[in-house]
Design a binder for this molecule. Sequence first.
Ligand SMILES: [Zn+2]
Length: 181
Amino acid sequence: MKTRSLVGEAHEVQRAVALIRFGARLQVLEGEINLSRERLLRLYREVAGKSPAKGMLPFSTDWFTTWQPSIHSALFFNMYKTVSKASGIERVDALIRAYGLYREHLALAGLPEVLSITRAWRLVKFHDSGMLETVPCTQCGGSFLLQQYDLKRHFVCGLCDMPARAGKTRAAAAERAAALA
Ligand SMILES: [Zn+2]
């Protein structure tokens, strides 16, 4: 029993360290990791080399549906869904694995990281509670996230219908999107 709990605790520490290395806010750790707040704070300081940022998480569901974030959210969430299909995988492990894949893809495509691990975590929570829903783009068929009350018929995603401000880099962005697909 004692050994088992030690192994379990080591696993929690591993998860916490992975999340801290990804830059997770303390709220993510408190929500997902089964260790005391005191231990999480100590781990945070040890791994990040600083105290965690204070304050509330300001994110609403709106952010995930704006142009650039919507593309990154879709990219991450598709990976999350694929990873989650592995039998017996826990949500926090799926989050860590999918976020690692998201970052690898960005690094390969030379794209900046738009979706933080904390936002990725919020995204999964918003989806679980039905506040964000996946909707297929009517043009490319890709799966994107919309808010519960957004109009979903005839939905066209941000890659198929880029706003004017993104027009200048449209070709470059399309190329990068292809690299991500
Ligand atoms: Zn599309």
